[in-house]
Design a protein around this ligand. Structure first.
Ligand code: HEM
Length: 501
């Protein structure tokens, strides 16, 4: 931290705008939060008062290495409390025995690399169903290209992936047409999330800016919505319990997260209560759905605005599977160019631009400034990723900067760092890369009407695209064979549609 209020370094408090505390300024709402914070950081240096906002790579890594335990707590926000079951969920839980326990369960039993590879077939199945629907839409369109509402498709996909990994609502229903959209359960959850998410980002802003508390229009609604999602989660748990009792899937390694937790419940019922299972699943739905699909939406937007950068990953995919089949999850780690695109997207468009707020549990010093106990810490990953001192041409979309390990030494923190780092990273990266890879393997993409994709971002804790992404999708000729052969009969039907166009 440079600049400052003067005085001896030991006694220095972080600099901030004069008079009113930074986060009480109502006029800051006009811009997305991370942009506002970057501007303030330019003026006042990388750390400032009240809630401390850290914007430089050096200070960010200091917070999550030396002071990681000190900042491992979370501030409690009224609006979040309503949606995360009174702080019992992993995301908002205070640092302590309860959080440690939940975190261990998630890391070991639900989202470990091993479990994610067990889930890969499931993820791939959902992705295949989505591209099949897109193919059908394109085949039925005049000219062979369809306008796809990518935002909606990607959100539904992300929800379906989570729904199936959490509860396997489709696998247990032999009559379900794998080609149809989401399961009934996923559709019900979609309705709930559709209602909660806009309020969440607004409510988050309202948390940061005390003046907005006067306009408490969300409180009541959130309470109702939280109750609804709790009831629906109970239903999922009961259904899964019946399946286990019937002897289905109990031996299978590929069982759902709820089934894993219910199996643990049998031996340690006092730890794995239904309440705890409900809270954990709610955490995953709220933390995992929108963020994952938003990331893929940003990636597609960047690629559409830079069509030349699409060539390398597309050629790499074609070479690796020789157009004879769709890429599978286990191809992904070897698709280096695709990985570069994902990393560059996470650098430029970290879907959680200020990470989640932390709270200090002891006095400490960051960048030489005193940070008293009980200070809220926001780490501006968005600014860290665009730090001109670290990154060459930081504003440019240049996936190749990561080729051959270039930039490995630079701080990239879209999933955070330290104890509170996102536990869903492996699942998220696997999903984003597989979805993106399959989309560019199967289709050529074009902007609607040729105009550049609007890259404006919305505000709040997450960074959604302000204008929902739509794009034109045209099946690639080289993929004709695959589209025809996947799941025989169904594809014959599709083929006949495309012949008739
Ligand atoms: C591209 C997708 C994702 C991104 C960019 C992302 C990013 C983040 C970030 C920045 C945090 C906060 C770190 C901090 O506190 O400093 C976080 C926390 C968390 N994420 Fe993710 N996440 C993604 C996907 C997921 C998925 C798919 C899941 C679960 C299925 C998940 C579950 C969680 C949970 C439970 C926490 C809270 C951890 C804790 O407080 O101990 N995330 N994530």
């Amino acid at each position: 931290g440079q600049g400052g209020d003067g005085g001896s370094k030991a006694a220095r408090m972080p600099p901030g705008p004069p008079a009113v505390p930074v986060l009480g300024h109502l006029h800051l709402v006009k811009k997305p939060m991370h942009v506002t914070m970057s501007r303030l950081a330019e003026r006042y240096g990388p750390v400032f008062r009240r809630a401390v906002v850290v914007s430089s790579p050096e200070c960010a890594s200091e917070c999550f290495t030396e002071h990681d335990v000190t900042f491992a707590n979370r501030p409690r926000f009224d609006s979040q409390l309503l949606v995360t079951f009174n702080g019992a969920a992993l995301v908002s839980s205070s640092y302590g025995a309860h959080w440690r326990n939940l975190r261990r369960i998630v890391a070991v039993h639900l989202l470990s690399a091993h479990r994610v590879s067990l889930m890969s077939g499931l993820i791939a199945g959902e992705v295949r169903a989505m591209v099949r629907r897109m193919y059908r839409a394109a085949a039925a369109s005049p000219g062979g290209a369809a306008k796809i509402q990518l935002k909606r498709r990607l959100f539904e996909l992300s929800l379906s992936v989570l729904m199936e990994t959490i509860a396997q609502t489709k696998a247990t229903r032999p009559e379900t047409d794998p080609d149809t959209d989401m399961s009934v359960e996923a559709q019900e959850f979609k309705q709930i999330l559709d209602e909660i998410i806009p309020h969440l980002s607004a409510a988050n802003l309202w948390d940061y800016l005390p003046a907005l508390r006067w306009f408490d229009v969300f409180g009541v609604k959130n309470k109702i919505l939280a109750a609804v999602s709790r009831r629906d989660l109970r239903r999922l748990i009961d259904a899964e319990r019946r399946r286990l009792d019937d002897g289905n899937e109990s031996e299978s390694e590929k069982k759902s997260m709820i089934a894993v937790l219910l199996t643990l419940q049998k031996t340690e019922p006092e730890i794995y209560t239904d309440n705890m299972i409900t809270a954990l699943c709610a955490s995953m739905f709220t933390a995992g759905t929108e963020i994952t699909s938003t990331t893929t939406e940003w990636a597609m937007s960047l690629l559409l605005n830079h069509p030349e950068t699409l060539k390398k990953p597309q050629a790499e995919i074609d070479a690796s599977v020789r157009s004879s089949r769709l890429i599978a999850a286990d191809n992904v780690p070897r698709l280096a160019h695709l990985q570069c695109v994902v990393r560059e997207t996470l650098r430029l468009c970290p879907a959680v631009p200020m990470l989640m707020p932390h709270l200090s549990s002891a006095d400490c010093k960051v960048g030489g400034y005193n940070v008293p106990r009980g200070t809220m810490l926001l780490v501006n990953a968005y600014a860290v990723h665009r730090d001109p001192a670290a990154w060459e041409e930081p504003e440019r979309f240049m996936p190749e900067r990561f080729e051959g390990g270039g930039c490995d030494a630079l701080l990239l923190m879209p999933f955070g760092m330290g104890r509170r780092r996102c536990p869903g990273e492996t699942l998220a990266l696997r999903t984003v890369a597989l979805v993106l890879g399959t989309l560019i393997q199967c289709f050529d993409w074009e902007r609607v009407g040729g105009a550049k994709v609007d890259m404006a971002a919305g505000g709040g804790l997450t960074m959604p695209k302000l204008v929902p992404l739509e794009a034109m999708c045209r099946p690639r000729d080289v993929m004709g064979g695959v589209f025809k052969s996947v799941r025989g009969v169904r594809w014959v039907r599709i083929q006949s549609i495309s012949n008739s166009v």
